[in-house]
Design a protein around this ligand. Structure first.
Ligand code: 13P
Length: 340
């Protein structure tokens, strides 16, 4: 393992209040988002959307790394440059999603286990050759009356740690994503308990599998009430609960924390990230930044709708979200920034 290379890449991903743009939706997920807006669910449309994202003027001012999907890293831009090379030329670090998705977990109704360890060593070597310098793996944890189970938490934590160790061996910074889902009517308190439990299990496994904490990024969920919980929380409640949970469960040595948005409205995700940084930044051992997919892409996709003429306006909307989130990393985001 080249520890110095891993530390350097990690630092470059979190410095200057920049964050990550996740654009690694699997083909079915990307198609689902397109279908909702009447965009054709074709490879051509996915290519056009992803080229729009990475050619957004000024993106590298606010975004340090983009997470690609396997389909995209193998594609070229219209001018013939491979996506990864074009991203690197824009001063952004290319990354790649390396899990192969979550399957129903045997013996655990309602729960999923993320797959993709078979052959991973060879795939990581290939992605490194293609220019990727970090990699993401997402585990999903559902919350319900009797969920999550110990079996689901432990199996996903172990898979995350085995993937992270393989990434570091290959020179790629692992972005370790254990996502406690927002689906359900559970309370903020319940999300906090589950998130803390999951993070403790993940860090136990990362330690057991000898993962270099300084050379990894954690990508956790914010602590939120379930989407259908009758009592929704304020921005400050979410920020307090999330920071408390992270302080209890995440070792200070971890290279950085890049929160996911999890289906929150774009402005809510920015406001929560801002409240964490405005309220606690100077007292935290790690940088708190963003690794959003929907909360950066969605407003731009709604403008684009597959039409060439809408590209400049969609790119402006994308840049605006990236800029708002960078301001949130500084604790300087305000709702006034949302006005045109
Ligand atoms: P969201 O920000 O839309 O939750 O996506 C982040 C991500 O990369 C999910 O794996």
């Amino acid at each position: 393992m080249n520890a110095q290379e891993l530390r350097d890449t990690t630092r470059r991903l979190i410095e200057h209040h920049k964050g990550l743009l996740a654009m690694d939706e699997s083909t079915p997920t990307c198609n689902k988002r397109f279908a909702g807006l009447g965009i054709p669910q074709t490879e051509t449309a996915r290519h056009a959307w992803r080229e729009l994202l990475v050619t957004t003027p000024g993106l590298g001012e606010c975004i340090s790394g983009v997470i690609l999907y396997d389909e995209t890293i193998r594609q070229q831009m219209q001018k013939g440059t491979p996506f990864a090379a074009a991203i690197a030329d824009a001063g952004i670090i290319p990354g790649i999603k390396v899990d192969t998705g979550a399957s129903d977990m045997a013996g655990h109704p309602g729960e999923k286990i993320t797959e993709g360890l078979d052959g991973l060593r060879d795939r990581l070597a290939e992605y490194y050759q293609m220019g990727a310098r970090f990699a993401k793996w997402r585990a999903v944890i559902a919350v319900g009356e009797d969920l999550p189970s110990r079996g689901c938490i432990e199996a996903n934590a172990q898979a995350l740690a085995r993937y992270a160790a393989l990434c570091q061996e290959a020179g790629l910074v692992p972005v370790v994503e254990p996502e406690v889902l927002m689906d359900g009517w559970h309370t903020l308190k319940r999300c906090a308990e589950v998130t803390e439990d999951v993070l403790r299990a993940v860090f136990n496994q990362l330690y057991t599998q000898r993962v270099l904490l300084e050379g990894m990024i954690l990508k956790p969920n914010m602590v939120l009430p379930g989407a259908t919980c009758p009592r929704q929380s304020t921005v400050d409640e979410v920020a307090d609960a999330t920071v408390q949970c992270l302080k209890r469960a995440v070792p200070a040595a971890v290279g950085g924390i890049a929160l996911l948005s999890g289906g929150q409205a774009a402005h809510s995700a920015s406001a929560c990230l801002n409240a964490m940084n405005a309220g606690f930044n100077s007292r935290l051992p790690w940088v708190l930044t963003f690794s959003f997919a929907r909360a950066i892409q969605q407003p731009a996709m709604e403008i684009w709708r597959g039409k060439k003429a809408n590209i400049p306006a969609a790119q402006r909307a994308l840049y605006h979200r990236a800029m708002c989130n960078q301001a949130a990393c500084r604790g300087e985001y305000t709702s006034a920034m949302e006005r045109p």
